[in-house]
Ligand binder design. Structure first.
Ligand code: MN
Ligand code: MN
Length: 319
C-alpha cells in the first residue's frame, strides 16, 4: 500500500511532530487523495459568541489522540484510501461575501481532484459554500446534527448569510432536497413561534430532543436512512447538538443535548451510505474547557472518515 500514513506514534510520540489532522502528511492540494481533511477557519457568520475561526487549528492538535483503527467497525481508513491534510480554505476575515466565494472555490478544487472533503469549521455558515461546490448536479440530502435548525431568514436588517441561515439558503438555491433532510437534536428557545415553519413546510424531518430522548439512537437513524435513501448525502455535525457539559466550547450552547456516545452511535448507523462530504462545525476553542470540544470534533471527524473510507474502497474494488 502506498497510502499516506499518520506519523508513527511508536516513533514520534503523539505530543510531538507536526499537528496535522490525524497526524497525516500535509499537502497543498487534494491531488492524489481520496479524502481531504481540511479546515475552514471562518466565523464571520456568527451572530453571538465568535471563536470558531480557531477551530481547525485546535481540532488538528487534538486529533493527535486518534489512532489508526475504529474499535467497533474495525475499519482502518489509512489502509483503505489515501487521506491527506489539505490545509485550510482561504478566507477573508473582513469580508463575508468574499469568504463565501473563496470557500466554494476551495471545495470545488478538492472535488476537481476526485477527492471528498471532511471539513472542520468554522461556524455553520461555511456549510453553505461547501454545498454550493458539491450540489452542482442537483439537490442532495443531508443528515444534520444540531441544536438549531439554521433555517432562519435574515439577521440585523437584511443580512441573508449567517450561521443561523445556511439551510434556508441551501433549499432556496436548490442545493438541498428538503424532503431528504433530517435534523437531529433540535431544541432551545426560539425567536418566534414561526421560526421552524420554513423547515417543516418544506419537508425537513426534525427530530426534536424531546423525541430523541424517547427513542433509541439506532431507531432514529433507521428512520433517517429510510428518508435519505441510497442517493448522495452530506453529513453536517454542529457540536452544539451535543450537551454543553460534554462540548462546552461552542458559540451557541443549548442545554439538554445529545451525549458524545449517542452521537458516535448515530454516526455509525450511517455505515455504507454514499457520503459525498461532511463537516464538524462550531467548535470554538476560546470557550472550551481543557480542549474537550476540540477532541470531540476530532473524534467525530474520525468516525466520519471511517464511514467514507469504507464506502470509497468498496466502490473501487467492485468497479
Ligand atoms: Mn448549526
Ligand atoms: Mn447549532
Amino acid at each position: 500500500m502506498s497510502f499516506n500514513q499518520p506519523q508513527d506514534a511508536a516513533v514520534i510520540p503523539r505530543f510531538a511532530g507536526w499537528p496535522s489532522f490525524m497526524r497525516l502528511p500535509f499537502a497543498t492540494s487534494a491531488a492524489g487523495a481520496d479524502i481531504a481533511l481540511v479546515g475552514v477557519p471562518f466565523d464571520g457568520g456568527t451572530t453571538n459568541r465568535a471563536g470558531a475561526r480557531h477551530g481547525p487549528r485546535e481540532i488538528r492538535s487534538q486529533s493527535s489522540f486518534m489512532r489508526r483503527v475504529h474499535h467497533v467497525t474495525q475499519v482502518a481508513p489509512y489502509d483503505l484510501v489515501n487521506v491527506v491534510d489539505a490545509g485550510d480554505s482561504p478566507v477573508n476575515p473582513l469580508d463575508l461575501m468574499d469568504s463565501l466565494r473563496l470557500i466554494e472555490a476551495f471545495f470545488r478544487d478538492i472535488r476537481s481532484h476526485g477527492a471528498r472533503a471532511i471539513a472542520a469549521g468554522g461556524d455553520h455558515l461555511v456549510t453553505l459554500p461547501i454545498l454550493r461546490a458539491l450540489a452542482t448536479d442537483g439537490p442532495i440530502g443531508m443528515v444534520h446534527f444540531d441544536a438549531h435548525s439554521d433555517t432562519n431568514d435574515r439577521y440585523f436588517g437584511d443580512n441573508l448569510y449567517t450561521h443561523g441561515t445556511p439551510f434556508r439558503r441551501a433549499v432556496e438555491e436548490g442545493l438541498l432536497d428538503p424532503k431528504r433532510v433530517v435534523q437531529i437534536g433540535i431544541r432551545g428557545s426560539i425567536y418566534d413561534s414561526s421560526d421552524l415553519d420554513f423547515a417543516v413546510s418544506n419537508g425537513f424531518r426534525i427530530v426534536f430532543m424531546e423525541e430523541f430522548a424517547e427513542r433509541k439512537p439506532e431507531e432514529i437513524m433507521a428512520e433517517a436512512r429510510s428518508i435519505i435513501g441510497d442517493q448522495p448525502v452530506y453529513v453536517s455535525f454542529d457540536v452544539d447538538a451535543l450537551d454543553p457539559s460534554m462540548a462546552p466550547g461552542t458559540g451557541t450552547p443549548e442545554i439538554g443535548g445529545i451525549t458524545t456516545f449517542e452521537a458516535m452511535r448515530m454516526l455509525r448507523c450511517l455505515r455504507g451510505l454514499p457520503i459525498i462530504g461532511a463537516d464538524v462545525v462550531e467548535v470554538s476553542p476560546p470557550f472550551d474547557v481543557s480542549n474537550t470540544t476540540s477532541l470531540v470534533g476530532a473524534t467525530m471527524m474520525f468516525e466520519l472518515l471511517c464511514l467514507m473510507a469504507e464506502v470509497i474502497a468498496a466502490n473501487r474494488t467492485t468497479v
